[in-house]
Write a protein that binds this ligand. Sequence first.
Ligand code: ADP
Ligand code: MG
Length: 298
Amino acid sequence: ATMPPLLSAIANAGRHGVLVKSAVVMERLGQVDTVALDKTGTLTEGTPRVTDIRPLAGSGLDEDALLALAAAAEHPSEHPLARAVVDAARTRGLAIPDMRDFTSTPGIGVTASVDGRKVAVGAPARLLDGAGDAASARAETVAAGLEDGGRTAVLVQRDGAPVGVLGIADRLRPDAAVTVASLATLTGTTPMLLTGDNPRAAGRLAEEVGITDVRAGLLPQDKVTAVHEQEKAGRKVLVIGDGVNDAPALAAAHTGIAMGRAGSDLALETADAVIVRDELATVPTVIALSRAARRLVV
Ligand code: ADP
Ligand code: MG
């Protein structure tokens, strides 16, 4: 028997390195008219590196002590920023202290108890929200300087007080700009960027890939709201993401695609399709495959 067109398309997508989970998904891919992309791990390679280590004056910490403290708290996290912090500590040959009581909040950061003191590592805007003391003001200035340089700033707090800021940088995927352009041509709409990262770093990267609709500082639920807004306006939204923080939006979207290599387990399970071979440019290819198959379905 000849294979039904949608099943052939699934096999074809597989040859391009994209795992499409069902014939229904294969069909839906060709219907999308709006694309929303995550930043960290999706438009970027997802292997960020620590570029700046800035202990705050009065913290009593030097660079190594600050990095080791942050690495202790980040140790159990699967977030790309957490892996960057732990890798940097290992590269410097630092002993990473033991920690306990780890908690993780998607889009914000992590907390843990290290040597009996509570350590928080995460988004400066979230952790410093409303703080008016001098150390917080200094931390904010350092973070803003790093963000202006296109870095993601990560704040480290000990017992509620800021002790330092880390600057982290990730490389744009080589096929990010060309993929954004192909998706714009295919759907008739320029893709939008949905990110939990800061508006400064997000804006810089958006400019490089040709995205003008940038929504930054989003919590996981805010990404869902952005998707629902589009769908209420009659759009069929494709979400592409990699993180735990993207899972709710992947579920809410008409179709969700997860980045496979560095993607979190939750994103891979929630998404309708998975980019196994780690090439973003395969997305326009599978949309085209879907459209071709649907023309053959009577
Ligand atoms: P994106 O939407 O770009 O993939 P996330 O929603 O995962 O980003 O994270 C948003 C922000 O929350 C990060 O830029 C960072 O400031 C902070 N954050 C989240 N998880 C962590 C973590 N494990 N360590 C440090 N910062 C974190
Ligand atoms: Mg991400």
